[in-house]
Design a protein around this ligand. Structure first.
Ligand SMILES: [Zn+2]
Length: 387
């Protein structure tokens, strides 16, 4: 990314997020790893002369989720196989193609010799998939603008609302033994299952027993509670002494992630009380990763009318809006710095699943929409023959 940005003659800043600065910020999501050798890359196209348009951040995340189990893929997950109008690979949809589209839109504008009326910044961040700390790091380094666009692959629709997310880790103790005395032992996997069942009831409770957020009225099940990881046991004839599982929990815009952490912890500890073993040996509950607020945007903001106009130039129809049951990096820009930021991107499928793909013609259309959007949002300083 750094090479691409400097080849484009952008003022390129490649930096490692400073965990000391990040970790004292309230929007920081705690991590158990280091950022060494994992730079964020920013490429800034400085507008020369007085500002005549609005400055813009185009940001994309280049981290991806694991492709495992790779045996379920028909194509190399780390390749980029084209079949017909589709390209397959891990991260192709979420969101390498969006990153490509934003870069090529800027390249096309530069190639025409156009000078923008305000600064434009291209950003390649990481950790959208687990913390959002990458985006936060760019803001704390001082990269701000009048608006932002993140080309997440939601298709040619603007993102209006998204849930928040927390991650929780639950460690359940058993009383291990050789399987021959299993009747006296306590199987940590079986005890964990009691809590997993309780979480299924919790999931129904938060979706159906509290009023839905207005943005998610049409969504059947907005707040997903996902058991994403489980780890226990290392021998088939040993009763496992410990089982750890990890859970992703969604929350509505306006809810505080800390309140949801407290609520989920309380709920699980209460469920543990109804089991004789677990009430004596309650699970250990900790949190790391996502500590993300939800976001609900005001549709009347200028960024949407500019985007609608750009969309209409290419698609000749009315742009649609979307509320997503996932989180994206837009929260930091909107909630912390009042930078109106939305998502709009190409169309694809199988995100976080085998055979992830992108519709290649949608990438081209999306690139054109970005170019039209950049030109009207940032303004054009010079007239060029191409117009
Ligand atoms: Zn994404």
């Amino acid at each position: 990314m750094a090479t691409t940005f400097s080849d484009m003659k952008l003022e390129t800043d490649s930096f490692i997020p400073d965990i000391k600065i990040l970790s004292v910020h309230p929007a920081f999501s705690s991590v158990e790893w280091s950022y060494d050798d994992r730079p964020i890359v920013v490429g800034k196209w400085n507008s020369s002369g007085p500002k005549i348009g609005k400055s813009l951040i185009l940001q994309g995340h280049i981290d991806v989720v694991s492709p495992e189990p790779t045996r379920l893929w028909d194509y190399d997950p780390w390749g980029s196989t084209i079949v017909g109008n589709k390209m397959y690979g891990r991260g192709i949809c979420d969101m390498k193609s969006g990153v490509a589209a934003m870069i090529y839109a800027v390249k096309a504008i530069k190639k025409l010799g156009i000078e923008l009326g305000a600064d434009l910044t291209l950003q390649s961040v990481h950790e959208e998939e687990c913390t959002g700390n990458g985006a936060l790091a760019t803001l704390l380094r001082g990269y701000k603008a009048d608006g932002g666009l993140i080309p997440e692959p939601f298709g040619p629709r603007a993102l209006l609302s998204q849930v928040g997310v927390i991650w929780m880790r639950v460690t359940v103790s058993g009383s291990g033994a050789h399987v021959m005395s299993a009747n006296k032992a306590v199987n940590a996997i079986e005890k964990a299952y009691t809590l997993i069942e309780a979480l299924q009831i919790y999931r129904d409770k938060i979706n159906y027993e509290q009023p839905k957020h207005a943005d998610f009225e049409d969504v059947d099940h907005p707040l997903n509670v996902n058991i994403g990881k489980i780890k226990a046991g290392d021998w088939t004839s040993t009763v496992p002494s410990e089982c750890t599982f990890e859970v992703r929990i969604g929350l509505y815009p306006g809810q505080n992630p800390q309140d949801i952490k407290d609520e989920a912890e309380k709920y699980l500890l209460k469920a543990a009380k109804s089991d004789p073993w677990l009430s004596d040996f309650p699970p250990e509950i900790t949190f790391y990763g996502f500590h993300a607020h939800g976001v609900s945007l005001n549709k009347e903001q200028e960024i949407f009318s500019y985007l609608e106009e750009a969309h209409n130039k290419i698609y000749k129809d009315k742009m649609e809006y979307l509320s997503t049951t996932a989180t994206t990096d837009i929260r930091h820009y909107n909630l912390l710095y009042d930078i109106p930021t939305t998502c709009y991107g190409p169309t694809g499928g199988n995100m976080h699943a085998p055979n992830e793909w992108i519709d290649l013609s949608s990438v081209k259309e999306c690139t054109k929409v970005y170019a039209a959007f950049i030109l009207s949002w940032c303004g054009i300083r010079n007239r060029v023959d191409a117009f």
